[in-house]
Write a protein that binds this ligand. Structure first.
Ligand code: CDP
Ligand code: CDP
Length: 223
């Protein structure tokens, strides 16, 4: 039987990881998991329960997370952005979510996007992509994605506010002790400032195919 391929897509906030991972999965016929939703859902449920993720562990909530929790429509608000990043510092929460991420890819393989997929969850992933762009580019993308108007008189000011929040979250995510955001040594970095989502997809497919065909060749040579 053909082994199930695992593709890791990591990078900072609003770089286009989710957009790429979803399209890559569709192109390759693989399941897709946006792992940020796991931390977001725990953050959301803590807020709903009146629990402060800065001072309380979300471990029990993480252990009982259901697929429906990930389908909620209110997981991308600024309060959940901040709560998710606090939740994600908690080692017990991360540990509670490891198995479900690994199980997700077990049968058919998967494309997973997040912060620690190539470093911690799947250190042996077949392909590792690190998607990035400057904070200002990422802030523009998140502003537009959240329905911000291109002609608003305070557009620039609002983008700067989004940029500040992204920089703070990236800093927290990169400096935490447990599974910090970091590019795996064997990942391929794609700087996307001047690339459209279509261009990032075709570049990624090129990388995936190149890696996969070199793996097939070396396993054929070994046999
Ligand atoms: O979409 P965006 O990049 O803004 O965020 P996300 O991918 O949904 O992740 C939300 C938060 O969850 C991040 O700021 C991280 O703190 C955390 N996260 C993580 O620690 N590890 C992952 N694999 C995915 C997300
Ligand atoms: O998952 P992550 O937070 O990294 O980013 P996302 O939720 O996929 O959001 C990226 C936004 O930027 C989406 O609205 C995309 O349409 C847009 N975009 C992109 O993903 N890639 C580009 N190269 C350019 C724009």
């Amino acid at each position: 039987t053909k082994p199930a391929p695992v593709i890791a897509v990591d990078g900072p906030a609003a770089a286009g990881k989710g957009t790429l991972a979803k399209r890559l999965a569709a192109a390759l016929g693989l399941p897709h998991l946006d792992t940020g939703l796991l931390y977001r859902a725990v953050g959301r449920l803590m807020i709903d329960a009146g629990l402060d993720p800065a001072s309380t562990s979300g471990e029990s909530i993480a252990r009982t997370l259901s697929p429906d929790d990930l389908k909620r429509q209110d997981l991308r608000t600024p309060d959940v952005d901040a709560a998710a990043s606090l939740v994600a510092r908690d080692k017990a929460v991360r540990q509670a979510l490891v198995d479900m991420q690994r199980l997700f890819a077990r049968e058919q393989g998967a494309v997973l996007d997040g912060r620690d997929i190539g470093t911690v969850i799947f250190p042996d992933a077949d392909v590792k992509l690190f998607i990035t762009a400057t904070p200002y580019t990422r802030a523009q993308r998140r502003y537009t994605q959240n329905g911000g108007s291109e002609s608003a008189p305070d557009r620039e000011e609002r983008i700067r506010a989004v940029e500040q929040a992204l920089i703070e979250r990236d800093h927290a995510d990169s400096t935490r002790a447990s599974a910090p955001l970091r590019m795996a040594d064997d990942a391929t970095k794609i700087e996307t400032d001047t690339l459209s989502a279509d261009e990032v997809l075709s570049e990624s497919l090129r990388i995936v195919r190149a890696v996969m065909s070199s793996k097939t060749e070396s396993s054929c040579a070994a046999n």
